[in-house]
Design a protein around this ligand. Structure first.
Ligand code: PLP
Length: 355
């Protein structure tokens, strides 16, 4: 049996794969595949409407906040966000917490003034900066809620007089949020929501229409609000599977239940990292990610052996990102606690044989 700790694309619920497979073979008993029907057919429009309703329901969105299913990955939101929300001559504030925020900062500079309000770069992004105050002047504050590569996560969000623009690619639907605070939320589906190919964007429509630059039609959030994410052909299958995953999250008890489950898994994981004399965690304890646990061997030289022990136990995707090294166990919503226990058992056995 495999235990999938992959950072992304990553694990999805088993029952969703079964439902998705059925949808490919015979969608809604139409004797047609979801892959071969019109995106404007009644059956697909129902999927899209249901997906939008589930986002609103799970995140408890106010009516001003519109869920969109776009393409181009979270990476396209790095430029779409400032293009739509940063008037030239105004400043956007960014908190720099890792590779993804660094990329977001680079793109935003194409559109206006960017102020890096705080950064943990000097410590190789091993913590979330805390000593800063969000100015009252500016277009927005940009945060990356969970840093997939470095294994840190905002334990809570800063007080902000400005609307928050947040990249939630790797922890969307993992815990409840206060949606009112956000002007824009975006998340590539492939970490915690569905297959690669769609990006969930939630935008407060009251913030739109304030820039004077020309925006190409397809890059303007207002186009997608007006056309219900179907200005052009939407990524029908990723949206369908994302909808099935959201139904699954709702059935499990929604985001409170997800949070509890995720905290349980991360306690088990970090408990072993802290207890086991061979290993140590990479990120500051108070900022540890419940989604991606990063850790290293205290003494180098045994990395290959440990990875091969993981492999023998069916634990996949444990090798750390090249910019951090060591190991990373990604524990997204769909990962069962039993899989974390298997990895913990591997670490304990490794201590017996190599300690
Ligand atoms: C993976 C990831 C991205 C990039 O997503 P794409 O959909 O591949 O563009 C951006 N931000 C975060 C936090 C991520 O984890």
């Amino acid at each position: 049996m495999k235990h999938n700790f992959s950072a992304g694309p990553s694990i999805l619920p088993k029952e969703v794969f079964q439902q998705a497979a059925n949808g490919i073979l015979n969608f809604n008993d139409l004797e047609l595949s979801i892959l071969e029907i019109s995106h404007r057919s009644k059956d697909f429009v129902e999927v899209l409407d249901r997906a939008v309703a589930l986002v609103k329901d799970l995140l408890n969105l106010p009516d001003t906040h519109k869920p969109l299913f776009l393409t181009g990955g979270a990476s396209s939101q790095f430029f779409m966000a400032p293009m739509n929300l940063l008037p030239s001559g105004q400043t956007a504030h960014y908190v720099d917490t890792g590779s993804w925020s660094t990329k977001a900062i680079k793109e935003a500079k194409l559109f206006g003034e960017v102020n890096v309000l705080a950064s943990s770069k000097a410590d190789n992004f091993s913590h979330i900066p805390k000593d800063y105050k969000v100015p009252s002047k500016g277009a927005y504050l940009h945060l990356t809620s969970n840093n997939t590569i470095f294994g840190t996560q905002f334990p809570s969000f800063p007080e902000s007089p400005l609307p928050i623009v947040c990249d939630m690619s790797s922890d969307i639907f993992s815990r409840p949020i206060d949606a009112e605070k956000y002007g824009l939320i975006y998340a590539g589906a492939q970490k915690n929501m569905g297959p690669a190919g769609t990006t969930l964007v939630i935008v407060n429509e009251e913030l739109l229409g304030k820039v004077d630059r020309e925006i190409p039609t397809i890059l303007d959030y207002r186009t997608h609000i007006k056309k219900n994410s179907s200005f052009n052909t939407p990524p029908v299958f990723p949206i369908y599977v994302s909808m099935l995953v959201m139904e699954w999250v709702k059935k499990q008890g929604g985001l409170e239940a997800m949070q509890k489950r995720n905290e349980g898994k991360s306690q088990l994981m970090y408990g072993e990292i802290d207890r086991n004399p061979l290993f140590k965690g990479v990120s500051a304890k108070e900022d540890r990610s419940h989604m991606n646990a990063t850790f290293v061997l205290k003494e180098s030289g045994l990395e290959k052996e440990f990875l091969s022990a993981c492999d023998d136990a069916g634990c996949e995707g444990i090798k750390g990102h090249r910019s951090v090294g060591g190991f990373r166990a990604s524990m997204y919503n769909a990962l069962p606690v039993e899989s974390v226990q298997v990895l913990v058992d591997v670490m304990q056995e490794f201590e017996r044989t190599h300690g």
